[in-house]
Design a protein around this ligand. Structure first.
Ligand SMILES: [Zn+2]
Length: 172
């Protein structure tokens, strides 16, 4: 028997905060369960069944990236389990977005406006400069630390730019 629906809006269940009542996904029987749209602390939204929220089965989006301190550097592990390492000073850049890590080690993301972000370019401050590229000195694309270990930016003209403190490159 259906019971009066409890309004869960604004309630927190683990990492999930309930945003609003939602339609059940097409794949499930619509009238049996109450579904709510939730936002995870990691920024991802997901639908969750009210009973699963309340009994603790759903407490995150299940796709949360994790950032761990490995001593001399940090490691970001994406939802697909692939990870990359980066300098501790770059933590604000890394934790600001959800990153995808491709099988060959490219780290990128896009926002709601479909703008594309390449992490090495952001860390080296060259994202808006089409004449600049990023290379890995040590050849390991999963290594996003700056020199002397990981990243270095260079202009396609051939001049090498040191990546000190993410200083932006300028043309001319
Ligand atoms: Zn999450």
């Amino acid at each position: 028997m259906p019971t009066a629906m409890v309004d869960l809006t604004g309630r927190r269940f683990g990492k999930l905060v309930v945003l609003e009542k939602a339609e059940a996904p097409d794949s499930v029987t619509k009238h049996r369960y109450a579904y709510w749209k939730c936002r995870c602390d990691c920024g991802k939204e997901r639908l969750a069944r009210a009973d699963f929220l309340k009994n603790g089965s759903f407490h995150s989006c299940a796709y949360c990236p994790t950032i761990t301190d490995e001593g001399e550097y940090m490691r970001y592990t994406a939802a697909n389990g692939r990870s990359f390492i980066f300098d501790k000073e770059d933590l604000p850049h890394v934790e600001a977005r959800r990153w995808s890590v491709s099988p060959d080690g490219y780290v990128h993301c896009s926002n709601a406006q479909d703008e594309f972000y390449n992490l090495p370019c952001i860390l080296l401050g060259v994202e808006s400069n089409p004449d600049s590229c990023v290379t890995r000195i040590n050849g390991d694309k999963f290594d996003n630390r700056k020199p002397n270990d990981g990243l270095q930016a260079f202009h396609t003209s051939g001049s090498v730019q040191s990546a000190s403190s993410g200083a932006a490159l300028t043309n001319g």
